[in-house]
Design a protein around this ligand. Sequence first.
Ligand code: HEC
Length: 159
Amino acid sequence: MGGLRTGFWRRPLWLALMALVAAVSPARSTPSGDVARGTYLARITGCIGCHTPRTRDGVLEARLLSGGDHPIAGNLGRFFPPNITPDQATGLGAWTAADIGRAIKTGQTPDGRILSSAMPWRTQFSGLTDSDALAVAAYLKSLPPISNRVPPPLPPEKK
Ligand code: HEC
């Protein structure tokens, strides 16, 4: 009967071991995990600060990433940070996650434009890993779409 006893004890041990391996495994990139990391990155890398309307001491959380209301100076003029929620007409609704990741890291948009330095892709975001750029993209895709078109760019400020 010893065999039956070992069999009985082995199964829970085996399951416990598998649960432990699953818990400590670094390769747990479920979509929800990506969104959590993307949310974290979007805060600390400044996407939210630039691409959301400002209040006196922060941003308008109800209109998160629907476009900034302060123009940012860059090499080609002063650009309003666009709406990067998944709205079809005024945001990134038509962009894939890969499109978004590429734009963040290389400044290239799906329509072949190169983003100006008002969007700090060259100085900051080109250093993101592909998985972090895609995590940010997954987070943007998870946002509620908000309709808002930012104003066109302003000419460079006179020095
Ligand atoms: C310093 C302010 C600033 C920060 C920080 C910033 N952006 Fe931008 N972003 C801009 C501006 C300004 C533009 C428009 C640039 C242009 O059109 O040349 C832009 C453009 C974009 C575009 C292109 C959208 C379109 O419709 O063409 C995407 C996508 C984008 N940003 C995503 C992000 C993400 C994701 C982050 C965080 C990782 C981020 N941005 C951080 C200012 C910023």
